[in-house]
Design a protein around this ligand. Sequence first.
Ligand code: GLU
Length: 506
Amino acid sequence: MERKVRVRFAPSPTGALHLGGVRTALFNYLFARHNGGDFLLRIEDTDQTRYVPGAEEYIIESLKWCGLTVDEGVGAGGDCGPYRQSERKEIYREYALRLVESGHAYYAFDTAEELDALRKECENRGETFIYNAAHRGSLKNSLVMPADEVRRLLDSQAHYVIRFKMPENEDLLLHDIIRGEVHFNSSLLDDKVLYKSDGMPTYHLANIVDDHLMRITHVIRGEEWLPSLPLHVLLYRAFGWEDTMPEFAHLPLILKPVGNGKLSKRDGNKMGFPVFPMEFTDPATGEKWHGYKEDGYFPEAFINMLALLGWNPGTDQEIFTLQELCDLFTLDRVKKSGAKFDPEKTKWFNHKYLIAKPDSELAELVRPYLEADGLPYEPKKVERICALMKERYSFVKDLYEDCRFFFTAPTEFVEKDTKKYWKEGAKELMCELLEILRSIDDYTFANTEKVISAWITEKQLGFGKVMNPFRVAIIGAAKGPHMFDVIEIIGKEETLRRMERAIALM
Ligand code: GLU
């Protein structure tokens, strides 16, 4: 029987979700949607030493901002809960004991100091210490100790761990959807700790037990988990769950924009781009990190950019709605080599989404900036400005800041521009222009252009000679769109007012 596709995003709440984590969530989401399956959110918080308060909320908020709706899990409910691993301790204990009973795992009582000493000894001999078949026979564990001694230690509440009994020298040929066949030899792997006497499982045990109980069909996760694959497969075998074992897909690394290596959170601060979806303040250090959201990126643009980090549709298309991505996404189009992160391209995506927005929607996005500056919001005017100006910008904030002169007269005039353009004769020319502007009633582009151009031609002045000082007078700087557009938008009254003031200052 075909099983319903079920995938999970299983972050550990150890800090803000890095954009690589969001990409993992996205690929899981797209895979689920493409296959009519379920997208689960499980919080893997068994490592209490690395727990960061607020991180879980941050993860949930980030997924929401990105538009990745969770079907089941933390914050969404479902019949496989609880979905927070710290609330499932009893379950893991039961499964850890099952493995001990079936002989696939054992109790170990070695202290950290003892193991450290052994490690050093091995190093001195030029060997690496691996806690597995090579050494377990001479260590303090239930495979070698008499049963009553083990019982006594357990009863006396001694510290112990439960370790997986890694088979000796077994060649494992495993399958990964993205990488194909991957080969491992079990002798290089250690008897991983599955469970600790403090009642906490380790990642490996909790992850396998949960994927099984939550009926996960595909595990899609970062490449850094590939080395855990053999242990995970062996755990499925040990539990006797091989027939419903999920398929695995390990996603390619996200690489730094320049040089080699994995993109780190430090790269973002160094190079001036966010690596987190939303702003985050580390509660321990107070350190503040930029977020795509607060930096003015549209979630659609952010998601679109992430989708192409390691996946491509096989065509030249670059702009996709989330729905299109859901329709097109397959794992066989995910490559295995690392994907270079390109902050400039991310801005380009934002630009594309900005110019594609209807002007009425853009105007609404400009509104809060106007309100913050105490300026009135006139929707039609703002729409007109957006239509005229949006091609130049990637961010609404920049659009607003550059276009502020439409809403409010300049309070200052850029010195280098006044020096350059308010020269000999400029004042007289502007006075003449002011008279013409006074005489015009129809301030449409077509009309002011006609009248003013005719005057310029008649007086044989040269366009720049008039337009440059005029621009500085109206805008305060030698920048901005066509002057006839500007005065059409600000209107006659405002144009005259600005001209009079500038002339007085000249
Ligand atoms: N908790 C792991 C992480 O933080 C999950 C890895 C997995 O998906 O198996 O990435």
